[in-house]
Design a protein around this ligand. Structure first.
Ligand code: GLP
Length: 243
């Protein structure tokens, strides 16, 4: 595992943008599949990538995107849907083809079937070259809460009260936060060729300690990064404070 610790969140975001840019540039105009994440942690990295697109000619024309997860019950138009999040934070700011940006459908009548379809779609596309990850305070990657098998495939998940409370800041009230989501499984995530996790702020310090120094366990699903041969973790000093 490669670990970067930077004083400020902005410096950490630039390192994340560097890694994503490197994968695109190494493909030399060929196709690239990125797995992308939501949450507040990656937003500054998306802003930096959009700046590099505008000012330095970084092109996403050959990039396909698979999102990590989506809330069950939200349509892609819902202001808090993850489909809309990535449109607003990246797709509309660069030359990504919206037809090549995929997200589980939260408004499906059959989430388990949608999860299986999505998992197969990732495989059919040839897998993910680089998967960007945030981490929840519970150690979740995607929405793989404590106790999720490290071999799990894309699945229907029930969010923990802690995650619902943490994500309530994006909704009008806690009661509006969906209780279920469709998330790539830990096993699905682990199949990406590269994993890149960003965490900033003191409330991630324990999750980062467990991710890097804890025993590999479904209790902290982010510890699955220890099993991956090309995993990078980028943190600011606050998130690194318990290492
Ligand atoms: C949500 C997402 C996760 C993300 C987490 C962290 O729960 N499903 O993929 O890692 O948020 O959020 P934040 O970056 O806002 O702390």
């Amino acid at each position: 595992m490669e670990i970067y610790i930077r004083p400020h969140a902005d410096d950490a975001s630039k390192i994340v943008a560097d890694h994503i840019e490197a994968v695109i540039r190494e493909a030399n105009g060929g196709p690239v599949t990125l797995g992308l994440a939501t949450g507040s942690s990656p937003i500054a990295a998306y802003d930096e990538l959009a700046r590099r697109h505008r000012e330095e000619g970084l092109s996403f024309a050959e990039v396909t995107v698979f999102m990590l997860d989506e809330y069950v019950g939200l349509s892609p138009e819902h202001p808090q849907s993850y489909a809309r999040f990535i449109r607003e934070h990246l797709v509309e700011k660069v030359d990504l083809d919206p037809k090549k940006v995929f997200c589980p459908r939260g408004d499906t009548g059959d989430p388990a079937l949608e999860a299986a379809r999505y998992d197969a779609a990732i495989k059919d596309a040839g897998g993910v070259d680089l998967q960007l990850l945030g981490v929840g305070a519970t150690g979740h990657i995607g929405f793989n809460e404590p106790g999720t098998s490290l071999a799990s495939r894309t699945h229907l998940v029930t969010l923990t009260p802690k995650t619902i409370a943490d994500n309530a800041r994006f909704f009008e009230s806690k009661d509006d936060v969906p209780v279920h989501a469709i998330s790539q499984g830990v096993g699905t995530i682990r199949e990406a060729k590269k994993l890149l996790l960003i965490a900033t702020g003191e409330n991630k310090a324990e999750a980062i300690r467990q991710t890097i120094e804890g025993g590999v366990s479904a209790r902290w699903t982010s510890t699955a990064l220890q099993l991956h041969e090309d995993a990078t973790i980028v943190v600011d000093s606050a998130a690194a404070s318990k290492l």
